[in-house]
Ligand binder design. Structure first.
Ligand code: UD1
Ligand code: UDP
Length: 444
């Protein structure tokens, strides 16, 4: 990078600007700008091939982000004549995203590979800032897309703001109004909303939350959540060998249990997931106690738990539940396997955000192992129920679903409060219109 360009960049980054400039980023980057891409030769080559194309930089790094970005990236690929889509994987997660990147066939232009074992929020954040700056300098994007509320999303949005690059936020407007629940995601998504320029809300409920925060409603669009697009795209595919293998395991467990149950009774299968930071420690311990009690009280029940790789989760869970009869601890499942598996389950117990959304489209009664939820749509629709993380309450609510046919039937209802599977198409339409009408520009 030339000294002159560095000076210009540094001064524009560090000096407070009294009036916001509205000059759009030059559509054709200068030779000096392209030279910044030297550390990312692939990116530089892609830009050099189409120097006047609109560059959209998508930044993601965790399992839920990859799943929810997938339909949007696929849609941008369809419009490649209008958009040069560049992907940056932060690698906040590693093992949990690699199979997804290959399942979805996502080409990564940049992989920062940042994950460390047991990473802390501040350490990861600091490394993200340092690693993302050269990516911004190499890509000089016209727009940055982030999804949700992870550390990756929050720091990427802040970084875009420092570079005065407009930010599009997928899954905007989720709120619990409790800054420590979920922690730190509630604050992360608020920060993204403050720096965001286009807010893609999954529901009118989320849009209302943004209105209440005085976000300009001309920049808020109710598009649905692309997780519904993702689940629909995956369900179109025939189950993979890995999915069939796991489903066979369920059938085998079924047969073994049915053989010892009194006539007329049949085995039932519960999917459990829990990983949230606010549930680490006592929350996870309470969930394990509840699992033991449910298994003891219901001889027909199997509990299947794909355990998150976070050591704060997998170490205590494997210690407490590792040797229990009818409790199956699994490694994290590939997404296609997970979706087919979820479909086979009788009911779900989870603290996951994405799963609260997916169960609405699959009509799976779900008890939510959290004190608050930013996804009241599922609760309002009667498919999910917020039960907290007290073991007595978890056992009581699970037992209700296992014993009361009416409650079970009322919660087994397919509904689409998070959109009809066209979120990605809507998001890309909106960002193209906004970019082409010059509504978004540097400093916009
Ligand atoms: C993060 C998100 C959370 C999301 C969750 C999805 C933030 C602030 N939170 O959780 O919203 O629900 O991801 O899973 O960004 N690990 C591996 N391999 C992996 C992934 C994780 O070993 O592929 C282990 C590592 O030890 C890592 C730890 O899990 O350090 C925690 O990962 P991290 O992304 O920091 O998790 P959370 O912040 O809890
Ligand atoms: N998921 C998966 N394999 C698993 C567990 C979950 O593919 O073993 C998917 C699930 O379908 C959902 C997403 O991961 O789309 C949710 O991610 P996670 O629970 O890690 O994060 P959250 O949604 O809570 O932020």
């Amino acid at each position: 990078m030339s000294k002159q360009l560095l000076n210009i960049m540094n001064s524009s980054l560090l000096t407070p600007v009294p009036s916001i400039p509205t000059t759009p980023l030059s559509p054709s980057p200068s030779a000096a700008m392209l030279a910044c891409g030297a550390s990312y030769p692939n990116v530089a080559a892609r830009i050099a091939e189409r120097p006047t194309a609109t560059r959209v930089l998508s930044i993601f790094g965790t399992r839920p982000e990859v799943i929810k970005f997938y339909p949007v990236l696929k849609e941008m690929d369809k419009r490649s004549e209008s958009i040069l889509s560049i992907t940056c994987v932060t690698g906040q997660h590693r093992q949990m995203i690699d199979p997804l990147l290959s399942l979805f066939d996502i080409a990564t232009d940049v992989d920062l590979n940042l994950m460390t074992q047991g990473q802390t929020l501040s350490n990861l954040s600091a490394r993200l800032f340092l690693a993302l700056a050269p990516v911004f300098e190499a890509v000089r994007p016209h727009l940055v897309l982030v999804q949700g509320d992870t550390t990756t999303a929050m720091i990427a949005a802040m970084c875009a703001f420092y570079y005065r690059v407009p930010v599009g936020h997928i899954e905007a407007g989720l709120r619990t109004n409790d800054r420590y629940n979920p922690f730190p995601e509630e604050v992360n998504r608020r920060i993204v909303s403050v720096v965001g320029n286009l807010h893609f809300a999954p529901s009118s409920y989320a849009a209302d939350a943004l209105r209440a925060e005085r976000i300009d409603m001309n920049t808020v669009f109710v598009t649905g959540n692309p997780v519904i697009d993702a689940i629909m795209l995956i369900r179109e595919k025939v189950p993979s060998a890995a999915a069939r293998q796991l489903l066979d395991r369920v059938e085998a467990a079924d047969a073994a249990t049915n053989a010892v149950l009194p006539a007329g009774q049949k085995a039932r299968h519960i999917l459990l997931t829990a990983h949230r930071r606010e549930n680490h420690g006592e929350g996870i311990a309470a969930i394990c106690r509840a699992v033991k009690r449910i298994i003891a009280q219901h001889k027909d029940v199997h509990i299947w738990y794909p355990v998150h790789l976070n050591p704060a989760v997998c170490v205590p869970v494997r210690q407490e539940l590792g040797k229990m009869e009818r409790v199956h601890l699994l490694d994290p499942l590939e997404y296609d396997v997970f979706v087919h598996f979820l479909d086979r389950m009788y009911m779900v117990m989870t603290d996951s955000g994405g799963i609260q959304e997916e169960v609405t489209a699959l009509a799976k009664p779900t008890i939510v192992l959290r004190e608050t939820t930013e996804r009241p749509e599922g609760v309002d629709a009667g498919v999910t129920k917020l039960v907290g993380i007290n073991d007595d309450t978890i056992v009581k609510e699970a037992t209700l679903l296992l014993t009361d046919d009416q409650t079970f039937a009322a919660m087994s209802r397919k509904c689409f409060p998070f959109g009809d599977g066209t979120a990605a198409q809507q998001i890309v339409d909106i960002l193209l219109t906004s970019l082409s009408t010059n509504k978004l520009s540097i400093g916009a």
